[in-house]
Design a protein around this ligand. Structure first.
Ligand code: FAD
Ligand code: DLZ
Ligand code: SF4
Length: 512
């Protein structure tokens, strides 16, 4: 045998670099559902079901091409529980000239794989990860010599390099960014299209039973599974988004609505991150919708920026700053994660709603993740390890390359500001402006202090006060510190006392 190609559960595409030039006469595919990957954090039940079912569907597609494959189901008697054990068995059995693997998405697995060559006495070829548009070297070259990194400028470089939404050297429409036209909340609840859902086939049904049996202690509901599990269905989700939602994506991308996390978002993160969709095909589909006058430029550019901008940027950022990023804690945050992140048991309606959406669907949209769940953890000083573990296990699209920069750098400012120029901290006013959560809340968003006051209000100032030495010289925060300095002393004392009391109640695990 020439090549033993290990295809990981998030590399499910025939275009993947490790399968380029695959020769069925001399090569073999290896795939395995294994305990080590399914339990290194206790992933949401729906995420495991999605990955296993998508892996099984991809294995069928491999077989349909009459390509040789060894596939190990989780409950097979000969399942050995780890990727290494399966590679070792296959190397001993087939004596391949080399093992070929597309670069994994997580640092821990890359480090492990790098050790295999010595252990198994076989060449391991790690191919570039082509589930992304930019090569890692492109980010490193761009980052060279920079102290501050800003997504916007990286994104512009990629727009030029790929000619997406460009007229020669200029951005189509004359502007790089149409955010000023976006970010509306819902004045009246519009008719939001239903998300794409798929019936479970026999493969998925079997996987769902397996997950109920083997992963009952993991976070999340398994009922109501409706994700796409193969490429064809993932393409349907994309097409339906382009037809039905893209036109309103920009305007409502920051809005939040009780009982509906799906809104006008695309819901394709999990498919992009497992290879069922490739980023350039998604971007081209959105660009085409603009050319065909099916969607306005503010929506199309806003959506493309999420993928060509943020997705590419955080992936480059992750590999550039690993492994330090994993232990960064610039604000020296030490609190534990409040219990309500697991059970939604809180009187703060915004948090109860976002945790419930997450528990039910393994999904919450960006602003729920950033400005509710993340914002609260930032204000409460939750330790990066605690928060990262939570985010890595609760979402179906979560992999460390994307989760860690978003949580440690964007939410917690733990990297000291490489990724963001200031922390995404806000009081309850932002949540009230962008959602209808406050209407049904025990607390009052209008009150700043006292038992009925929205905890985000006093915790915001408490956070600024606690971290004054880190932020007071930040030009983007000068105005807010000036406002703080002008507050009368009695009010400041009240705010800080309320903040202290609230943190102590969290520490004691009291219901808040
Ligand atoms: P849409 O809103 O429709 O956006 C389209 C696509 O753009 C997404 O599918 C995604 O591929 C990309 N995108 C948008 N924002 C980001 C971003 N900040 N970073 C990287 N890609 C982005 N995304 C993940 O894929 N996995 C994660 O584990 C993850 N964790 C996050 C944690 C926090 C604290 C925050 C603030 C954001 C996180 N994101 C993560 C980014 C974003 O929230 C999700 O990509 C998005 O909510 C997925 O839903 P969607 O497909 O409907 O996205
Ligand atoms: C997420 C995941 C899960 C739940 N299970 C498997 C598995 O059993 N086998 C596998 O090859 N991959 C799995 N994955 C995806 C890997 O965790 C992923 O490849 C790494 O985290 C690197 O991104
Ligand atoms: Fe959240 Fe405060 Fe609004 Fe309640 S009042 S929903 S805690 S922002």
């Amino acid at each position: 045998m020439n090549n033993l190609v290990l295809v990981l559960g998030d590399q499910l595409n025939f275009e993947i670099s490790s399968l380029k030039g695959f020769n069925p006469k001399t090569d073999k595919v290896l795939m395995a559902e294994v305990k080590t990957e399914a339990t290194y954090v206790k992933h949401h039940k729906k995420k495991i079901a999605f990955v296993f079912s998508a892996m099984r569907h991809f294995a069928l597609a491999v077989k349909d091409k009459a390509w040789p494959i060894d596939y190990y189901r989780y409950d097979a008697p000969d399942n050995q529980g780890s990727l290494f054990a399966h590679v070792e068995t296959a190397v001993n059995k087939y004596k391949p000239k080399q093992v070929v693997i597309c670069h994994p998405g997580e640092f821990r697995l890359l480090e492990e794989i790098k050790g295999w060559s010595k252990k198994l006495d076989v060449n391991i070829q790690i191919c570039d990860d082509n589930r992304f548009i930019a090569e890692q070297a492109f980010f490193s070259e761009w980052a060279e010599g920079k102290k501050q990194f800003r997504m916007e400028f990286f994104y512009r470089e990629l727009r030029k390099q790929t000619s997406v939404l460009m007229e020669g050297k200029q951005p189509i429409g004359g502007k790089w960014n149409y955010d000023a036209d976006n970010r509306d909340s819902f004045k009246n609840v519009p008719n939001i299209p239903e998300p794409s859902t798929f019936k479970t086939d026999d493969i998925t049904k079997e996987v769902l039973e397996l997950v109920k049996e083997e992963f009952s202690s993991h976070f999340g509901e398994i009922g109501g599974f409706h994700f796409a599990v193969d490429r064809e269905a993932a393409l349907q989700v994309l097409n339906t988004f382009i037809e039905e939602r893209l036109c309103d994506f920009g305007q409502y991308q920051d809005a939040m609505l009780e009982g509906n996390p799906w809104l006008y978002h695309s819901h394709i993160g999990l498919y992009l991150n497992t290879g069922l969709l490739m980023p350039m095909e998604v971007i081209q589909a959105a660009e085409q919708a603009y050319f065909n006058e099916k969607a306005p430029l503010n929506s199309v550019e806003g959506f493309i920026r999420q993928i060509l901008g943020w997705r590419e940027y955080v992936r480059g950022f992750y590999w550039h700053f690993m492994p330090e990023l994993k232990t960064d804690n610039y604000l020296n945050a030490q609190s534990k994660l409040p219990n309500f992140y697991w059970n939604a048991n809180t009187k703060m309606n915004c948090l109860a709603q976002c945790v419930s959406d997450t528990h039910k669907h393994a999904y919450a949209h960006h602003i729920q993740r950033l400005m509710v769940l993340g914002n609260f953890a930032l204000l409460a000083g939750v330790h990066p390890d605690e928060l990262n573990e939570w985010y890595l296990l609760v979402y179906a699209d979560a992999y460390e390359w994307v989760e860690l920069p978003n949580v440690s750098a964007m939410v917690l400012f733990a990297d000291g500001g490489h990724l963001a120029s200031k922390p995404y901290a806000s009081s309850g006013a932002y949540i009230n402006k962008m959602s209808n959560y406050c209407k049904n809340c025990h607390y009052s968003v209008k009150e700043k202090t006292g038992d009925q006051a929205c905890p985000f209000n006093y915790m915001y100032w408490h956070f600024l006060h606690r971290n004054k030495n880190k932020f007071e010289n930040n030009p983007r925060m000068a105005m807010i510190y000036r406002t703080f300095a002008k507050m009368d002393d009695a009010k400041v004392t009240h705010i800080l006392e309320d903040g202290d009391k609230f943190l102590a109640r969290l520490e004691r695990n009291e219901e808040v």
